[in-house]
Design a protein around this ligand. Structure first.
Ligand SMILES: *[C@@H]1O[C@H](CO)[C@@H](O)[C@H](O)[C@H]1NC(C)=O
Ligand SMILES: *[C@@H]1O[C@H](CO)[C@@H](O)[C@H](O)[C@H]1NC(C)=O
Ligand SMILES: *[C@@H]1O[C@H](CO)[C@@H](O)[C@H](O)[C@H]1NC(C)=O
Ligand SMILES: *[C@@H]1O[C@H](CO)[C@@H](O)[C@H](O)[C@H]1NC(C)=O
Ligand SMILES: *[C@@H]1O[C@H](CO)[C@@H](O)[C@H](O)[C@H]1NC(C)=O
Ligand SMILES: *[C@@H]1O[C@H](CO)[C@@H](O)[C@H](O)[C@H]1NC(C)=O
Ligand SMILES: *[C@@H]1O[C@H](CO)[C@@H](O)[C@H](O)[C@H]1NC(C)=O
Ligand SMILES: *[C@@H]1O[C@H](CO)[C@@H](O)[C@H](O)[C@H]1NC(C)=O
Ligand SMILES: *[C@@H]1O[C@H](CO)[C@@H](O)[C@H](O)[C@H]1NC(C)=O
Ligand SMILES: *[C@@H]1O[C@H](CO)[C@@H](O)[C@H](O)[C@H]1NC(C)=O
Length: 609
């Protein structure tokens, strides 16, 4: 007879504890939306092409009644292949409503047709476009019926009290890091109340769950996203100078940073010194319900090796926490998803962002007169900035790279994340060489040579959406802002050039397709909506619109649409008015003068350096 403890040993080496994406500690319906026989059967029979559809469907009865009815109808079957697909569809139609029907479209109370700030955009075509993007806020505004707060167990939705702006498409609830660029756009549209509402919703999450989940559904309760909440509060404060609001939010911002300190910190030893850094690492090690089918298909490669499968699921969900789902950044062979090892990667962008959080907290505490806390974060940031420099900065190549704790080396491939420490000022500003070198590195990598913006990486054929040839709003916006905020005129000019390419590329696609997209293919003379990854490209789109509105304002007197830039015979969304074509002539003259002075200036700098 085998002693019990030996059995236990065999068991515990074969299986790590299974950690679902939600459970009875944080949701009353985890056996419907996060795991269980219904989720498995629906995905096995592929009732919906996108796994996310089912987990966004509200129930018509309480979760336990729905599960009981399922067990009764299908004789407690845990084997989905024994279930009849037609009967399953009938059951789902009987007990569930259509995806997303618990969200109500709304018009934000502070929305207006022609915000004054947007009137300062000089180019008439760009100004008209800005008004159209401003109009899209009404299509993307959602609120949750307050009665749902009482009966929340019938929904996968996480209840939030105020209205908010969604990204769009399959992303029908609130999302975390998207909200930063949405907020930038709302501020451009002078929608300060809606900005406050969005921030307060995210603060509700910190106060009930201890952190901001990836998005507003129970199946996101084991992972966050790049921490931009403090940055949203900072941007709103810069726009409104509202000290009461920062005083209200500061305890929440501090609490959110505690989450990263307590759950996402790792000790990294390099050259005999140990640094405390941050990584994306969720505890969950099961398929993501919203991508259940894709995840289980991808893990089939590991056969019956349960431990390996669990590791795969954890690395997949951790990459989803990074916002870059998926990218060769997380793959050990830098090409195929089955080699994913997110939990071995210490990401330069996350650490650059945490550094910014400390900087913002120092500043906001100082603004409300709390000098003790301000000083705490000043000194934490000073130390942390050195850690970021020592671990991520590669002296040979003169840039910042992710660090891999398994291989104990940098990932020396180009990714747009290299520029995040510039965007967040996470370097010693006396050391201007660092900025110049990072800029030179991006230049050497050919990052500035594409017609419609900067691609996420130079790695082709991965078919992942966060790689070549896709360019994304957050990355392009952060690079532009990092260069613009530098003290170097050459870099500031390159920032403007990228802004011009990105804005005009988005503009062209808008006139061709009538939509704003979540990502763009930046190569070729004609940009396209991006592609690749696990779902079709989505339109809407919150962060795209936000980044464009912000850039249109930042460069309101410098951005112009060149003559004959858009094919007016194929415009699907608007007709060019006579007044705007007259104006375009003046605009392009201004632009010629502007680029000539840039050229002259570059020449002078070159002669004198
Ligand atoms: C679960 O339901 C109970 C009773 O309806 C409620 O008191 C509790 O707050 C709910 N828990 C969650 C996490 O929603
Ligand atoms: C599901 O995908 C298949 C194959 O890609 C496609 O033919 C079908 O139209 C899709 N169905 C829906 C409802 O989108
Ligand atoms: C299903 O399981 C429940 C509880 O375990 C049991 O009471 C019931 O008889 C089972 N039903 C069928 C059809 O097997
Ligand atoms: C599934 O059930 C339907 C009736 O609900 C029946 O017409 C069909 O033949 C069944 N399919 C299979 C493969 O058993
Ligand atoms: C913004 O909110 C404040 C306070 O709730 C309210 O008094 C004001 O009317 C709102 N402004 C707009 C433009 O809706
Ligand atoms: C890092 O090292 C310190 C000791 O220097 C230890 O207290 C802490 O628990 C370690 N953190 C992690 C995440 O391992
Ligand atoms: C690290 O420490 C070991 C032993 O303490 C020493 O031999 C080695 O030279 C040190 N390495 C560096 C890079 O300082
Ligand atoms: C897993 O499958 C392999 C062959 O595919 C087999 O040799 C092995 O015994 C299986 N392991 C377990 C634990 O079932
Ligand atoms: C820095 O980059 C060079 C060239 O890409 C590489 O050989 C070197 O190993 C990197 N340094 C570290 C610490 O990884
Ligand atoms: C402009 O669009 C029309 C209609 O789609 C097309 O026939 C024509 O070739 C396009 N012209 C250019 C220069 O792209």
């Amino acid at each position: 007879m085998i002693p019990i403890f030996v059995l236990f040993l065999i068991y515990s080496t074969a299986f790590c504890a299974r950690v679902p994406v939600c459970d009875s500690t944080n949701s009353n319906n985890s056996f419907i939306y996060c795991e269980g026989p219904i989720l498995e059967a629906v995905n096995y029979h592929q009732l919906y092409n996108d796994s996310k559809t089912f987990v966004d469907m509200p129930m018509k009865q309480n979760p336990q009644d729905v599960l009981n009815a399922f067990n009764l109808k299908f004789q407690n079957s845990t084997a989905p292949e024994k279930i009849n697909k037609t009967d399953l569809q009938t059951f789902i139609d009987q007990y569930f409503s259509a995806a997303g029907t618990e969200l109500i479209q709304c018009v934000p109370d502070d929305w207006k047709e022609k915000p004054e700030k947007l009137a300062t955009i000089k180019d008439p075509q760009l100004r008209e476009w800005a008004y159209k993007l401003n109009g899209i806020w009404k299509q993307l505004c959602r609120k949750i019926d307050p009665s749902i707060e009482q009966h929340n167990s019938r929904y996968s939705l996480l209840y939030v009290p105020h209205h908010f702006i969604i990204p769009g498409g399959r992303f029908r609830e609130f999302y975390y890091w998207d909200a930063y660029w949405i907020v930038k756009g709302l501020i451009a549209s002078e929608m300060y109340n809606t900005t406050r509402s969005m921030i307060r919703n995210l603060a509700t999450m910190v106060n009930t769950h201890g952190f901001v989940p990836n998005g507003g559904r129970v199946y996101y309760l084991q992972r966050s996203q790049p921490p931009f909440l403090s940055a949203m509060v900072y941007e709103l404060y810069e726009a409104t100078n509202d000290k009461d609001f920062i005083a209200e939010l500061l305890p929440t911002l501090k609490k959110e940073l505690d989450f990263w300190d307590q759950n996402r910190m790792i000790n990294v030893t390099m050259d005999n010194k140990t640094y405390k850094l941050y990584q994306y690492k969720t505890a969950s090690n099961v398929p993501r319900p919203e991508s259940y089918r894709v995840d289980t298909e991808n893990s089939a490669k590991f056969g019956n090796d349960t431990a390996r499968q669990q590791q795969f699921y954890q690395d997949i969900a951790s990459a989803a926490e990074s916002g870059w789902d998926f990218s060769t950044r997380w793959f050990s062979d830098h090409l195929t998803i089955s080699t994913i090892e997110t939990t071995n990667v210490i990401p330069v962008d996350l650490n650059g962002l945490v550094c910014w959080n400390m900087d913002i907290l120092e500043y906001l505490y100082e603004q409300v007169g709390d000098m003790d806390n301000s000083e705490t974060f000043r000194s934490r940031r000073a130390d942390f900035r050195n850690s970021v420099h020592n671990v991520f900065y590669n002296k040979t190549d003169g840039t910042f790279y992710d660090y891999n704790v398994r291989s104990k080396s940098h990932n020396a491939n180009f990714y747009t994340s290299t520029a995040v420490p510039l965007f967040t000022n996470c370097y010693n500003t006396m050391n201007t060489g660092i900025v110049q070198k990072t800029f030179d590195y991006m230049d050497r990598m050919g990052a500035f040579t594409y017609p419609s913006g900067i691609p996420t990486s130079m790695i082709q054929n991965s078919e992942e959406q966060w790689d070549f040839p896709n360019g994304w709003s957050p990355n392009n916006h952060m690079i532009i802002e990092g260069l613009r905020k530098s003290a170097n005129p050459e870099m500031q000019d390159q920032g403007f050039e990228i802004a011009s390419k990105w804005v005009l590329g988005n503009f062209k696609v808008f006139y061709e397709t009538g939509h704003m997209w979540e990502k763009y293919n930046v190569i070729g003379s004609y940009p396209q909506p991006g592609s690749g990854g696990e779902y079709d490209v989505q339109d809407g789109f919150g962060w795209t619109n936000g980044a464009i509105l912000d850039l249109l304002l930042t460069y309101n007197d410098r951005l112009f649409v060149p003559d004959n830039f858009i094919n007016t015979t194929s415009t699907s969304t608007t007709s060019t008015t006579t007044s705007s074509s007259v104006q375009t002539t003046t605009s392009s003259t201004t632009k010629t003068v502007a680029s000539f002075s840039v050229l002259l200036f570059t020449l002078l700098v070159w002669i004198f350096v």
